[in-house]
Design a protein around this ligand. Structure first.
Ligand code: DGL
Length: 255
């Protein structure tokens, strides 16, 4: 699995719960976060490089635990590798089915929202409801720094969410795997009338389906979880430990 940083842990958590027997290798590409600010070429390059590393280390499947890398690179990765590549996209489809007001709000990175893949998602489901999107520059950095509830983070988030509420959204799609770590704050801001949607559990279910279909599921038992980062371990480790809530061995990856 990989993400630009710690955000994909929201997906890792769902996978660990559903598939406890699997050995999981998580790469946090923290030296290159946030992906949302990189060019599409660079995001594709990083995604390819990391996927190659995972495949060379015996991965039987790859999970792209990053909406931005999925939006920009997943098709390219699938042309390179034939193993199952499970990816993630903003939960626009369930949101347009659930909305009562007819308006759905989406929070995501600028790169995701600018991608042809997101445009295709809107073309598929956008006629069922009004989908209002908001890019959230600066938010991923705050989560990477472990700044999850300061006044500044709250203010930043409020600024991004308020226009969506004013537009009448009753569904709020967290279209970046980092944002579930702000879920408490987000729910406080939107109140009980707005449903907050994240995608980690759906990705875990899809991974299980793909592994089962390929007869690739691990035998019952307790698999291990390994963490690698391309960033500075002294900066990444404290945030990782707080988010994962289990003892963590963080290995440095020169990738
Ligand atoms: N977790 C990534 C995503 O889901 C973060 C993007 C970024 O690094 O900007 O899009």
């Amino acid at each position: 699995m990989f993400d630009s940083g710690v955000g994909g842990l929201s997906v890792l958590r769902a996978i660990r719960e559903l598939l406890p027997a699997e050995n999981l290798l998580y790469i946090a590409d923290s030296a290159h976060a946030p992906y949302g600010d990189l060019t599409p070429e660079r995001i594709r390059e990083r995604s390819e490089h990391i996927t190659r590393h995972l495949v060379e280390h015996g991965a039987k499947a790859v999970v792209v635990a990053c909406n931005t890398a999925t939006a920009i690179a997943v098709e390219h990765l699938r042309t390179l590798y034939s193993l199952p590549i499970v990816a993630i996209e903003p939960a626009v489809k369930p949101a347009v089915h659930r909305t009562a007001t007819g308006t759905v709000g989406v929070l995501a990175t600028s790169a995701t929202l600018a991608s042809p893949r997101y445009a295709a998602l809107l073309a598929r489901y956008g006629d069922r409801a009004r989908v209002v999107a908001q890019a959230c520059p600066g938010l991923v950095e705050r989560i990477e720094q472990g700044d999850w509830d300061s006044t500044d983070t709250r203010r930043l988030l409020q600024g991004y969410i308020t226009p969506l509420l004013s537009a009448g959204a009753d569904q709020l799609v967290l279209g970046c795997t980092h944002y579930p770590f702000l879920r408490g704050l987000i729910e406080e801001i939107v109140g009980p009338a707005v449903e907050v949607l994240e995608t980690g559990p759906a990705v875990a279910a899809e991974l299980r389906r793909r592994l089962a279909a390929g007869a690739l599921l691990a035998a019952p038992g307790r698999g291990e979880v390994r963490f690698l980062t391309s960033g500075a371990p002294e900066r990444v480790a404290p945030v990782l430990v707080r988010l994962w809530r289990e003892p963590v061995q963080l290995e440095v990856w020169s990738g």
